[in-house]
Ligand binder design. Structure first.
Ligand code: ADP
Ligand code: MG
Length: 414
């Protein structure tokens, strides 16, 4: 009975930080840094309590400190991982310097580098892979501990039995909590996306209302300008009228683009080659790039067939390529590649060596009217994201401040 009580207590010590994180920290704390700091503190408390109230199994004291440690290092990164392992060692000193203490230190020395090695992969992975990595790492920790303990105390059937129970316990609990963590995260993500979609819907409704209102006076002005175009006018005045009409037409185009936003696309998708579309887009923007001292280098294969609408795809590619050029005010190179991945997707990459973005800026990408440019509209990325999503694709962004940015578009191949 007491084992069950200890077991439930250890589980509670893991639930609490996760619960506090998703209910309080994600809602109230805005900066990522502070989130990581608070989470490290919570995992630290959880480690201390796990070690203070272990599961008493005969002679053995078992605990699941490895789970908060692995979570802290995997989600938080290098420093939280180092701090938490330091905490484990310092707190373990309290129980006296015995074989168990050396065992703890040795096991940490052997596991932490492996955990840090997998951390980057973990952050980039999908839910299922994350669960696998976390379970793998905590079992590795237990196995290393088991081996050392065997060497120090000698292998016996009894200790082996206990250690294997510990291993199974840790594996199940890690699996459960990683699943829990990732599922809550997914639900939260979905909620955010829903909020964004709602914002978009409101914007597109409002714009379609006032777009019509602006269009009417524009059409009238355009008509009168045409009437004014007297053949007796001197050339310069004719030129002014011509420019005015052109500018009005441009404004009209912008309104058209705006109206297409948020509207469910009419399903006129077809089989198109992404590489060919990229070539067209590069042709369109070639002069623009040259004027900005930007060279465009390409590496594309011919097997990039996707199911999409070429006009819409071009619109989003133009937005992304234009941003890449604009990110390099002093010129540079944009690399564009298009290839088929091993898992049957078409991967388009647009990489620049421009000003780059901070993590916060990346997160704001695609929000309506988010722009850092003097004359930016902050609509380009929003439209691009929407277009790629409508083709069941996704856009990923890797960026580093003053190093450059890479946009990766993944689309299902046919
Ligand atoms: P706009 O280009 O009109 O500003 P976008 O939606 O196209 O609007 O882009 C939004 C913002 O995202 C830009 O103002 C810029 O700060 C940032 N951004 C987009 N692409 C890049 C890039 N390749 N490098 C650096 N910043 C970028
Ligand atoms: Mg733009």
């Amino acid at each position: 009975m007491s084992i069950l009580k200890d077991f439930l207590l250890q589980m509670t010590l893991m639930v609490l930080p996760i619960f506090i994180y998703f209910t309080i920290i994600t809602e109230r704390v805005k900066s990522d840094r502070n989130k990581t700091i608070l989470m490290t503190v919570l995992w630290g408390i959880s480690i201390l309590l796990c070690m203070s109230f272990p599961l008493n199994f005969g002679e053995n004291r078992l605990d699941i400190r490895i789970i908060p440690l692995v979570f802290g290092a995997l989600y938080g990164g290098f420093w939280p991982g180092i701090l938490l392992s330091g905490l484990v060692i310092v707190y373990r000193l309290n129980f006296g310097i015995s074989a168990g203490f050396y065992n703890t230190v040795l096991v940490l020395l052997l596991t932490m580098p492996v955990i840090f090695f997998f951390q980057r992969l973990f952050i980039r992975s999908s839910k299922d892979k994350r669960v696998m990595i976390a379970v793998g790492l905590s079992s590795y920790y237990c196995l290393v501990g088991l081996t050392f303990l065997g060497v120090i105390r000698g292998f016996s059937l009894d200790t082996l039995k206990v250690q294997i129970i510990h291993l199974l316990f840790v594996v199940c609990v890690t699996w459960f909590f990683t699943m829990l963590n990732e599922t809550i995260r997914e639900i939260q993500q979905l909620r955010l996306e829903l909020q964004n979609a709602e914002k978009l819907r409101v914007i597109s409704e409002l714009t379609s209302v006032f777009a019509h209102e602006i269009r009417n006076p524009m059409q009238v002005t355009r008509g009168f300008l045409q009437l004014l175009d007297d053949p007796e006018f001197p050339e310069t005045k004719k030129q002014y009228i011509k420019i005015s009409i052109e500018e009005l037409d441009r404004a009209n185009d912008i309104i058209n683009d705006f109206l297409s936003l948020g509207k469910p696309a009419i399903n006129n998708n077809g089989k198109i080659n992404a590489a060919h579309q990229l070539e067209r887009v590069i042709n369109i923007l070639e002069n623009y790039a040259l004027n900005n001292n930007v060279r465009i280098k390409t590496d594309m294969t011919d097997e990039c067939w996707i199911f999409a609408n070429s006009q819409k795809l071009n619109q989003s590619l133009i937005n992304i390529l234009k941003n890449a050029v604009e990110a390099m005010p002093h010129g540079g190179t944009v690399w564009i590649t298009c290839s088929k991945t091993a898992d049957g997707q078409i991967k388009i990459s647009v990489k620049d060596e421009g000003i780059g973005m901070t993590k916060k800026q990346i997160d704001s990408l695609g929000s309506p009217f988010y722009s850092l440019k003097e004359k930016g509209t902050g609509l380009g990325m929003m439209v691009s994201f929407q277009i790629i999503h409508s083709f069941h694709g996704k856009i990923m962004v890797n960026s580093e401040r003053s190093k450059g940015t890479e946009f990766i578009i993944l689309l299902p191949a046919i």
